[in-house]
Design a protein around this ligand. Structure first.
Ligand SMILES: Nc1nc2c(ncn2[C@@H]2O[C@H](COP(=O)(O)OP(=O)(O)OP(=O)(O)O)[C@@H](O)[C@H]2O)c(=O)[nH]1
Length: 568
């Protein structure tokens, strides 16, 4: 049933009950009115009877005065009584209701008529026959007896009506009290009823208010939940995006940059830093930071961080009072999360901000998950970097291998053709290396190869790439380097190799190298042509006595340059 229909039914019931209760005093009041009417009627009869008695007494007094004096003026009250008695009797008859009352009234009328007859006779005798005749009649006592009888009759009537009036008065008092009580009861009942109705109505309204409040609270909760869900979705989407970007990262540094660009959105209103282990230095270096991270140290030692010591999340702030030694601002709430993968700690994320204290269990859990994912992703990056490193680095000399050289040379030639800058290639081969192996053993030969590789690394720029092509042949790529500088570089390398020695089994082993040089664009338009030109130059160097540098010729033949390299 609808709420409005219920309200209408309740209002109808209320009106019915209140009308009924209000009618009760009206009914009792009606009884009071009827008793009062009866009382008025009894008083009226009493007054009429007293009036009748008065008329009779006046008539007798007038008769006595006239008899004594013979003066007609004494008869005025008699005449008034003769006129007044019929009207009084008529009123009395009218006031009688029961048959018994009417019978008594008739008896009274007869007695009155007899008395008035006697009075009339006495007056007539006095008038016609004089005082004595009248007094003789009076002396018979008839008139007195009649008057006494009338007095008794009227007296009884008066007593009857007086008693009746008393009874009616008592009834009136009782009925009035009942009426007052009924009114009071009705009023109280209605007040109570109305009070009850008001309480019920206010309860209904309160319930309705409470229901509305509940509905509003539920709507608010639903809105908050939906906002939270959309925020969570957004965060999940962003973190998935971050993980995907990390899959594409080629180096750990690149992945750190990716993380730094995503974390401000994934951890809004918080600051933080990403630290990764630098195995060679045995410290953690800050690779990325976001928010207010300027006061955070550039490096931290594992022993300074409780999270790294324990291998689990460490919290500072609020109830957690143990601060890490590396903590910048000691008063800021902080989370340190180790980046662990396969039991190995590879780094650490520190997150700071007052938001971490305010009932942020959910947020802390989210940061924990994120750190776990970051640890995994970074570990994958490291693995990829390591695999790639293995696939492009020669394990003996730690120089890049032929595959990598092909890759880089192709790339550099494309860049050079776009920018119009030169690229040079040095092809280097150790002289009589077989002899070293044969004389000192294969291990000694390996040591010489490692030493030469080290010499190469020490004598090239950071943008140059030294590779081992196989055996004792090596190539150095010199991007943005023309032929003149390439020759000079080649000669520097040649001299450095000739000057270095390897100490093996107490023996000093030296080596020399022959180097062929070719440059893009003059000695070749692509990789094959360029390397081939440098190979030819190397062949020329070997052919012309070794431990020298030769430059490729335009026509493909080699040119001696180690003695007059500056003249090229
Ligand atoms: N120890 C060692 N020797 C190697 C390695 N790779 C190739 N060799 C040796 O290097 C020698 C190359 O000899 P050759 O090609 O005859 O050339 P060479 O003796 O250097 O003479 P020229 O090049 O003409 O000066 C061979 O004996 C190979 O066995 C290596 O990884 N380690």
């Amino acid at each position: 049933m609808k709420f409005e229909t219920k309200l209408k039914l309740a209002a109808g019931a209320i009106i019915l009950v209140m009308s009924t209760v209000a009618a009760l005093p009206m009914f009792v009041n009606h009884q009071v009115t009827s008793v009062m009417s009866e009382l008025r009627s009894a008083s009226h009869v009493e007054r009429l009877q007293l009036s009748l008695l008065e008329w009779l007494l006046n008539a007798e007094t007038a008769q006595r005065g006239f008899v004594i004096t013979g003066d007609e003026r004494f008869l005025d009250p008699y005449h008034a009584a003769v006129n007044g008695i019929p009207a009084t009797q008529a009123a009395l008859r009218k006031a009688m209701t029961s048959g018994e009352e009417i019978a008594r009234a008739v008896a009274l009328e007869r007695a009155t008529a007899a008395k008035m007859q006697t009075v009339e006779w006495t007056i007539t005798l006095r008038r016609n026959q004089g005082f004595d005749a009248a007094t003789t009649l009076m002396g018979t006592g008839t008139g007195k007896a009649q008057m006494d009888a009338l007095r008794n009759l009227i007296g009884r009537e008066l007593a009857t009506y007086s008693q009746r009036r008393t009874e009616l008065s008592d009834r009136l008092v009782a009925t009035s009290n009942s009426a007052a009580n009924a009114s009071l009861m009705a009023t109280l009942t209605n007040i109570l009823f109305l009070g009850g109705v008001l309480i019920a109505a206010s309860r209904v309204l309160r319930q309705r208010d409470a229901a509305e409040h509940k509905a509003q609270a539920a709507a608010g909760q639903a809105r908050l939940t939906s906002e939270r869900f959309s925020l969570q979705n957004e965060l999940l989407f962003r973190s998935a995006e971050l993980m995907h970007s990390l899959e594409l990262a080629q180096t750990v540094d690149e992945s750190a940059g990716v993380i730094a660009s995503y974390l401000p959105r994934l951890l809004p209103n918080l600051s933080g830093s990403l630290y990764l282990y630098n195995n060679s230095r045995d410290v953690l270096e800050r690779k990325a930071g976001w928010g207010d991270f300027e006061n955070e140290p550039q490096t931290i030692e594992a022993l300074d961080c409780w999270a790294l010591r324990r291998g689990s999340v460490h919290q500072f702030g609020g109830d957690h009072a143990l601060a890490c030694r590396h903590a910048g601002k000691a008063d800021v709430a902080r989370l340190c999360l180790p980046l662990v993968t396969q039991g190995e700690v590879i780094g650490c994320v520190t997150v700071t901000g007052p938001g971490l204290l305010r009932g942020a269990d959910e947020q802390r859990a989210w940061i924990g998950q994120l750190a776990e994912q970051l640890g995994l992703a970074l570990s994958n990056v490291r693995l990829r970097v390591s695999l790639r490193q293995q696939s492009i680095v020669d394990p003996l000399t730690q120089l890049y291998n032929r595959r990598y050289m092909d890759e880089v040379l192709k790339r550099e030639l494309v860049r050079a053709s776009r920018s119009g800058t030169p690229v040079s290639v040095l092809v280097l081969d150790l002289d009589h290396f077989k002899r070293i192996n044969d004389t000192f053993g294969h291990e000694a030969g390996d040591a010489v190869l490692r030493r030469v590789a080290q010499t190469l690394r020490e004598n090239i720029r950071s943008c140059d790439v030294a590779c081992r092509m196989g055996g004792e042949e090596m190539v150095v790529l010199l991007p943005e380097c023309g032929i003149e500088h390439a020759v000079k570089r080649a000669d520097t390398i040649r001299l450095a190799i000739a000057a270095s020695e390897v100490l093996h089994d107490g023996q000093r082993i030296g080596a020399t190298a022959s180097i062929g040089v070719a440059s893009y664009p003059q000695h070749g338009a692509d990789m094959q042509e360029l390397v081939h030109a440098a190979d030819l130059a190397l062949y020329e160097a070997k052919h012309q006595g070794r431990d020298c540098v030769r430059v490729a010729k335009m026509d493909g033949a080699a040119l001696l340059v180690n003695e007059d390299a500056a003249g090229i």
